[in-house]
Write a protein that binds this ligand. Sequence first.
Ligand code: SAJ
Length: 425
Amino acid sequence: MMKFNTLCIIGMGYIGLPTASIFASHGITVLGMDVNSEIIHHLQAGEVHIFEPGLQSLFQQAIESGKLQVSTTVAPADAFIIAVPTPFFDDKSADLRYVEAAAESIVPHLQPGNLVILESTSPPLTTVDIVAPILAKSGLTAGKDFLLAYSPERVLPGRILEELVGNARVIGGVDRASAEAGRDLYQNFVQGDIILTDATTAEMVKLMENTSRDINIAIANEFSRLAQKFGVDIWEAIEIANRHPRVEILRPGIGVGGHCISVDPWFLVEAAPETARLVRTAREINDAQPAFVVDLVEQAAGGLQGKTLAYLGLAFKPNVDDLRESPAAELAHGLETRGATVLAYEPFKPAANLPGIHQVNTLSEALQNADLIVLAVAHDQFKKLDPAEVAKMTPARIVFDGVNAWDKAQWETAGFQFTGLARKY
Ligand code: SAJ
């Protein structure tokens, strides 16, 4: 079994930072590196720059124990993990510049026997066709002089720390020794099964997981449009259908966001456009969902021109602070484009500075002059709102629940007209 004493993790974001903190808390000396000096500055001051339950205290302990340090430069280590973002360009092709830059930054430090792991979600063949050749600039060959593997991260934002430890982990090596070395590294903290395979299979597995979820949400969203057309309450229909032992329809909503599910399927479409047809269609359906919901809100409001909306939530899903690819932000834009003044309240990120979106700091600021209340994200604190209390804070008497988080009867009792996504009124 290989022993790793030192580890350098490149990218201190949603994956790299929790991973660095966990490794450090298991006795490994970790250097967390990020090219963004502002992030490193915050971390050096002991402040975690993202919201994830339990992360701030785990990070602090790791720093105080001396096992975790952060820096803007890479340093030699027994193993390197690349955990940088893989966004896409306007044409939906994968933007691998961060992955390439991270691999380049390892080159001067790479020593025989080191292990390099790519965690960033990437199109099939990235590890062997892109990362391995860059690392070869060191004069060392992957699978011969050093070990190289792909290990996708599959944690759910909001539950990252539990899932990092508990989830099954896939490690795909460029050869068997690389996969086994990866297992030896992650075994330091992973309690779930560790499954070894080759690098390209591991890349494909990750994309298949998120793509299948995207497709399942797309059918739920399409059902919501059909239900709207036929005057059926989609939530009632799904509940009944899901009593079938082999049916499990997911939740329709205002769209699909985040940095994973709304991005990853494009990597398959881009790699094989003629073949990945269902994948593309599902993406298009989910991307069009905010526009569909704009029409519903417009109907509920009796026109949007000149209306003021108390708009609750901008995050891409409940109880996270992540606004990347957020359908809630897109819906807000769409409503403004139709002439509404949208006062958006996002408790997890009160000052996100999204272009064109007017954010307010408190719920009451959003509510005080509103004509209509729109629930865009089912944060716990919004779910818990008491309609009778809300009624005292606003002149609005119509609510639109885009995510089926509120109880219709309660809002009606409090004097509101209740509308929502594919609801029967
Ligand atoms: N959503 C719906 N309806 C649903 C479920 C989700 O509209 O029934 C929406 C959410 O509101 C959100 C988007 O889909 O906008 C994605 O949310 P999510 O909770 O399904 O997934 P993510 O993006 O937070 O995390 C996913 C997870 N992948 C799978 O469940 C297959 C996670 O395990 C991955 O680690 C993560 O992507 C990633 O990093 O790839």
